[in-house]
Design a protein around this ligand. Structure first.
Ligand code: GRG
Length: 286
């Protein structure tokens, strides 16, 4: 995992709301969550995929910021009392616990809306901007993350099939992660064969990310992951672990990892950076 990339992403995120003065409370609420210690997996994935494809990692910044802004909004809203009702996120009080529910809703609304501004003001060619917009709208909206969240809420306290679980995570977590990987191909104007491989790699990484998240909910340490452990079991949520068992979940994770390594091998000019990041996602402890 490239620490310089994380520093660059953090610097850019910190500069976003420096001169916003229409509402200090809104800016403070947004900055609190943007700067709360996220791993920056989505922009990192984009920068690293670009590097592995022989592109310029800094070309990732604008779209990477947009992804992290949408991701941050989704976490703020997910923690609200009407949704998961969580008090802690990344080891800190959740946004609504500090700023109140209304401000937390508005901080999420603002982050979502402002994310598109990052693409509009970027240096990408207009045709690339349009493709990136389409990708982001599909990944985040009513056919993407929001739909996945809805299905997830509807399936609470129910035993669902493994197919339904995959559909939920394909959208709820997978679509944004997929967009991070696929965007590298759009930015580099890759040919259809490479785009197809990036599409599959992005899907695999999204799936691995979620399986690992479910495993961490059972095996993780609160002091490291910064949120309650065992919450899925307590909320009677269907997860890979509850449907397949811990060992089968780990095996599935390993299989998808091996398949991903093969595809990265095929598409990358320098495979090491992307393989290292994928390894981090599979082996992370938070
Ligand atoms: C509220 C519209 C709306 C959507 C919420 C993604 C999501 C949809 C909710 C998050 C619920 C959750 C904890 C899902 C598990 C996978 C996941 C997205 C974990 C958090 O992502 P990380 O690990 O977070 O990248 P950090 O804190 O590192 O940024």
């Amino acid at each position: 995992m490239n620490k310089d990339y994380i520093t660059l992403i953090n610097e850019n995120l910190q500069n976003l709301y420096l001169n916003h003065s229409v509402s200090d409370k809104l800016s403070e609420s947004i900055k609190y969550s943007l700067d709360a210690g996220g791993k920056r997996i989505r922009p990192l994935l984009l920068m690293t995929t670009l590097e592995s494809m022989g592109g310029k990692p800094t070309d990732a910044i604008s779209f990477g910021l947009a992804l992290e802004m949408i991701h941050t909004y989704s976490l703020i809203h997910d923690d609200l009392p009407a949704m998961d009702n969580d008090d802690y996120r990344r080891g800190k009080l959740t946004n609504h616990k500090v700023f109140g529910e209304a401000a937390a809703i508005l901080a999420g609304d603002a982050l979502l809306t402002d994310s598109f501004q990052q693409i509009i003001i970027s240096d990408y060619d207009n045709d690339i901007k349009l493709e990136l917009m389409k990708l982001l709208v599909n990944a985040a909206g009513s056919n993407g993350m929001v739909a996945g969240q809805m299905l997830d809420m509807e399936s609470e306290n129910k035993r669902i099939s493994i197919e339904m679980l995959e559909t939920i995570h394909h959208h709820k977590t997978g679509d944004l992660i997929h967009a991070a990987v696929y965007a590298a191909g759009i930015i580099m104007k890759s040919n259809p064969d490479k785009l197809k491989l990036l599409d599959q790699i992005g899907r695999n990484i999204g799936l691995m990310f979620q399986i690992k998240d479910d495993i961490l909910d059972v095996e993780g340490d609160f002091n490291i992951i910064g949120k309650a452990v065992g919450s899925d079991i307590q909320n009677e949520k269907s997860t890979y672990v509850s449907l397949l068992g811990l060992d089968a979940s780990k095996k599935k994770l390993e299989e998808i990892h091996l398949n991903t390594i093969q595809m990265v091998d095929e598409v990358a000019v320098y495979k090491e950076p992307l393989l290292e990041l994928v390894g981090f996602i599979v082996n992370r402890n938070k």
